[in-house]
Write a protein that binds this ligand. Structure first.
Ligand code: NAD
Length: 375
């Protein structure tokens, strides 16, 4: 079976779907792996390392491919080069890419979206949202630390005592907990808030202070948060305002699946922060947790520099690719039978859960509804 790895084409995407160690593992399952030239350069991986791992390098890797692995979804042009019956596995934000959904469906390509892998314990090793959120959370902490012009830890010296920096993290999911752990390790005094009840214990287990607001918790399904009503959002902002004003660095990582990022912090709240303070908004690309943040840019609001995230995992492409590649190895292994044939079992809830198109149909229910109603 021919497995192709493409060179990513989306501007600024430095990750690659497979790293050489992952190639070796999939060759061991029986795949012939063909990698497009320079696919790994953004992650400091040369073509030679892929050849040593057992792949061949070819510009026409997609030709007659049975399975294609990528980070971002393929483009229309790439999809049209595939044969009916081929399969693709990648991140695939289907609701924002309905034209690609139609392309996959009409060409008869089976597509799987890594963000739709069910978050059940059997699928943990395939959970690319978590692996990439881990990278993003770490990176956000480092950005905040490097933009602050002060120490994170307490320093007691002969010349006097320098107090530690105060860091506030909003949203304590995978990325937020990693930002908490990282700023904590650097010695900051870290406070954090999340709407889920379970998060407070996790925040404390990292050695941080769980901010408790007199508000109901908002549990949704599958360990996720629920969307706030506008009244609750308003009250939450009022209660958080003094914590934001007191922070040297604010890191926001809050998200609700399938919704725009919740607006947690207004520009007026940021304006209360002290000179030299820093805001890192990991949710900037999905609407922003902070009013006025701009994805991929640093803007000044009051005295604070506000850093808006844009494809943060790609900014640490080497470890992000390594973790993503292992997620892919695990999911491809699940979909491969003993003879080394790619044969997804659609009765398996992981396979059916992340399948977007198959056999000329749109299989993922919310995507199908949006696809049927598209203009
Ligand atoms: P996410 O990226 O969807 O959201 C990030 C965080 O934002 C969440 O913790 C959420 O509660 C929080 N949030 C949402 N609205 C908020 C608001 N108004 N104010 C403050 N915080 C808000 O979530 P995630 O990081 O992908 O995962 C969240 C949780 O899902 C995890 O902590 C875990 O419990 C669960 N999870 C389970 C598995 C698994 O079982 N395999 C894997 C990963 C995550």
């Amino acid at each position: 079976m021919r497995l192709a790895v493409v060179k990513e084409t989306v501007e600024g995407e430095a990750r690659v779907a497979l790293v050489p160690e992952a190639v070796t593992k999939l060759v061991g399952l029986g795949y012939d792996i063909v990698v497009e030239p320079a696919a790994g350069v953004g992650s400091q991986l040369s073509d030679e390392t892929y050849v040593e791992a057992g792949a061949t390098i070819a510009a026409d890797a997609l030709f007659e491919a049975d399975l294609v692995l990528s980070v971002q979804p393929l483009t229309s042009t790439q999809i049209r080069r595939l044969d009916a019956g081929a399969a693709c596995v990648s991140f695939f934000p289907t609701l924002q890419s309905l034209d690609l959904v139609e392309e996959f469906r009409s060409v008869g390509v089976t597509s799987f979206a890594m963000e739709l892998v069910p978050r059940i314990s059997r699928a943990q090793s395939m959970d690319a949202l978590s692996s990439q959120a881990l990278v993003a959370g770490y990176r956000c902490a480092i950005i905040a630390a490097s933009r602050l012009r002060r120490f994170l830890p307490l320093n007691m010296t002969a010349a006097g005592t320098v107090p530690p920096a105060d860091v506030l993290v909003l949203g304590a999911g995978v990325a937020g907990l990693q930002a908490i752990a990282t700023t904590k390790r650097l010695g900051a005094v870290v406070k954090a808030y999340d709407v889920r009840a379970a998060a407070a214990e996790e925040i404390r287990s990292m050695g941080a202070i769980a901010v408790e607001l007199e508000l109901d918790t908002l549990e949704g399904g599958g360990g996720y948060a629920r969307e706030m009503t506008e009244d609750r959002a308003e009250r939450q902002r009022e209660l958080l305002a003094p914590y934001v004003a007191a922070a040297d660095a604010l890191i926001t990582t809050a998200a609700v699946p399938g919704r725009a990022a919740p607006k947690l912090v207004t520009a007026a709240m940021v304006e209360q922060m002290r000179p030299g303070s820093v805001v890192v908004d990991l949710a900037a690309e999905s609407g922003g947790n902070v009013e006025g943040s701009v994805p991929g840019a640093v803007v000044q609001i009051g005295y604070a520099q506000v850093w808006g995230a844009s494809n943060v995992p790609s900014q640490m492409s080497e470890p992000a690719s390594r973790l993503y590649a292992q997620n892919l190895v695990n999911i491809v292994t699940l979909m491969t039978d003993e003879d080394g044939t790619f044969a997804p079992d659609f009765d398996d809830e992981i396979v059916s859960g992340c399948c977007v198109t198959h056999d000329g149909e749109v299989r993922h229910e919310p995507t199908r509804e949006a696809w049927e109603n598209r203009s």
